[in-house]
Design a protein around this ligand. Structure first.
Ligand SMILES: Nc1ncnc2c1ncn2[C@@H]1O[C@H](COP(=O)(O)OP(=O)(O)OP(=O)(O)O)[C@@H](O)[C@H]1O
Length: 236
């Protein structure tokens, strides 16, 4: 379970996260949605220890992450925009990370085959297409079989077949009992993959609860309509 308590982040004079209180349920998939610049990535980065909160706390499995790093071994993260050592081949990159983690997992091979990247293993990172880089990011997030999976706009740039493959994989991870946290602007994807929904606007939580309840509340069959209504209400 991830518990976020009165999390505040200011960049200069701007408050980007305004005392957020959130419980991210274990063993479920949670979607974070909201307009551009509303604080989704900053929330994720604070959880990963990549952004230092101005105040507030984040607990993972009952323990504060402040000053800690070991909890990160429980997390697999696929960033929105990933930066890699561009001179390394895919194979070298995976081996490098396995060496750092002291792991001899073969899961990277399975995932490379799954995403049909097994013939590209000797290609340098700088020579990969945008979609291939996304797939490398997805594999890096999942290869150590972490308890918590965080995906920041994972299918942006994936072709429809790869996007379906990715979603199937996330379903499988959910079935294994993993905690999944996902941001996306594609509401059908959030609807397909998540059970719990968080809607953030300008660093404030506007909805935090079961996705189905929100759709019932807004009397909408589809999440897209329900979120659009919430956005209109916020703008009014
Ligand atoms: N390092 C930084 N320095 C200053 N401002 C920042 C920094 N990182 C993020 N911000 C600002 O914080 C706000 C929230 O950004 P964030 O990336 O969390 O939004 P988001 O909800 O993920 O947006 P999007 O949907 O566009 O990806 C934005 O106004 C952004 O410009």
């Amino acid at each position: 379970m991830i518990s976020i308590q009165r999390l505040r982040k200011d960049f200069g004079t701007r408050t980007v996260l305004n005392e957020l209180d959130l419980e991210i349920p274990a063993g479920q998939a949670t979607g974070i949605v909201g307009p551009n610049g509303s604080g989704k990535t900053t929330t994720i980065k604070a959880l990963l220890g990549l952004v230092k909160p101005t105040s507030g706390d984040i607990m993972v499995d009952g323990k504060s992450i402040s000053g800690e790093w070991e909890y990160r071994n429980k997390i697999g993260y696929m960033p929105q925009i990933a930066r890699y050592p561009e001179n390394m081949t895919i194979g070298e990159l995976f081996q490098f990370i396995k060496n750092m983690r002291g792991s001899d997992t073969n899961r990277d091979r399975e995932l490379l085959e799954y995403f049909e990247l097994d013939n590209e293993i000797d290609k340098r990172m700088r020579a990969l297409s945008g979609g291939m880089r996304q797939k490398v990011g997805a594999i890096l997030a999942m290869m150590f079989d972490p308890e918590i999976l965080i995906f920041d706009e994972p299918t942006a740039g994936l072709d429809p077949k790869s996007s379906v493959q990715f979603k199937r994989l996330v379903h499988r991870e959910k079935e294994k009992g993993k905690t999944v946290l996902l941001t996306s602007h594609i509401m059908s994807e959030i609807e397909e993959l998540t059970d719990h929904l968080i809607f953030i606007v300008e660093g404030n939580i506007r909805y935090d609860g079961p996705m189905r309840e929100l759709m019932e509340l807004q009397q909408e069959q589809r999440l897209e309509g329900a979120v659009a209504k919430m956005m209109e209400e916020t703008a009014a």
